[in-house]
Design a protein around this ligand. Structure first.
Ligand code: PLP
Length: 248
């Protein structure tokens, strides 16, 4: 078989991925961070080691700022819905995937955000000065992909990152196409958040992804559930705030 759908998910994965998955499932895959028994501790260590590997790969300073997700779609939804508030303005591009455009259009339709979509030319190339010109007083976030899933164009994310930093605007990069094959240093591109699928160019299994969130970003969890701590509380704790010592 010749498989040509690698932009959707890569196949085949390296043999090592299959071996590690099977080894983990059979040998120690318990609930990480919830119990004190050997298998749970070992799972917790494996999760932390993975944070460290992801951090080294993308030059993320603090491994605790990596959130594991099911895929890039979930990472993008957390980043968009966890940060944007009523009255915020967002700038994005016509080259984005529906996992960026649909959450944004829904927030716009519900009168929560104002949205500007900067259009690319015939080839999808964006003029970064159009992004700069679209900035308003209430611009909270700029969102751009690393590379387009439609035509493979590489977006000028370094220039956009500089504009976002100069204007104190949160810069969210959708690295779904390219993370693992295009060099990506979150500090160099001045990204505040990056959505990363594990199952495309990083050659991981389906059902894995990550979201990097810099310490500058205030984000609210969009899901609530068991965390293995303070189980008597009816409310979800914001672990990012705890690690920043804002909520102890
Ligand atoms: C540019 C882009 N963003 C987001 C996604 C969604 O990624 P996932 O399948 O990990 O949810 C894709 C998937 O093809 C994509 O190409």
């Amino acid at each position: 078989m010749i498989y040509l759908d690698n932009a959707a998910t890569s196949y085949p994965k390296p043999q090592r991925v299959y071996d590690e998955m099977l080894f983990c499932m059979k040998e120690f895959c318990a609930n990480p961070g919830r119990s004190g028994h050997e298998m749970s501790m070992r799972s917790g260590r494996a999760v932390y080691e993975t944070r460290e590997i992801v951090s080294r790969f993308f030059n993320i300073e603090n491994p605790m700022r990596v959130v594991f997700t099911k895929n890039a779609t979930e990472a993008l939804n957390i980043a968009i819905n966890g940060v944007l508030k009523k009255g915020d303005h967002v700038i994005t591009t016509s080259m984005e995937h529906n996992s960026v455009l649909r959450p944004l259009k829904t927030l716009e339709r519900n009168n929560i955000i104002e949205l500007t979509i900067v259009w690319g030319n015939y080839f999808g190339e964006i003029d970064v000065t159009d992004i700069e010109r679209s900035i308003k007083k209430n611009t909270k976030m700029i969102i751009c992909s690393l590379s387009s899933n439609v035509n493979g164009i590489i977006m000028p994310i370094k220039d956009i990152g500089r504009i976002a930093e100069d204007n104190k605007i949160i810069f969210l990069v959708d690295a779904s196409q390219g993370a693992g094959s295009i060099r990506l240093d979150v500090q160099e591109i001045k990204a505040d958040m990056v959505a990363i699928p594990g199952h495309k160019d990083l050659l991981g299994p389906q059902g894995v992804g990550a979201l990097y969130v810099s310490e500058k970003v205030e984000i609210t969890p969009i899901m609530q559930g068991g965390t293995g701590s303070r189980s008597e509380s009816f409310y979800q704790r914001n672990f990012f705030r705890i690690f920043l010592k804002a909520e102890l």
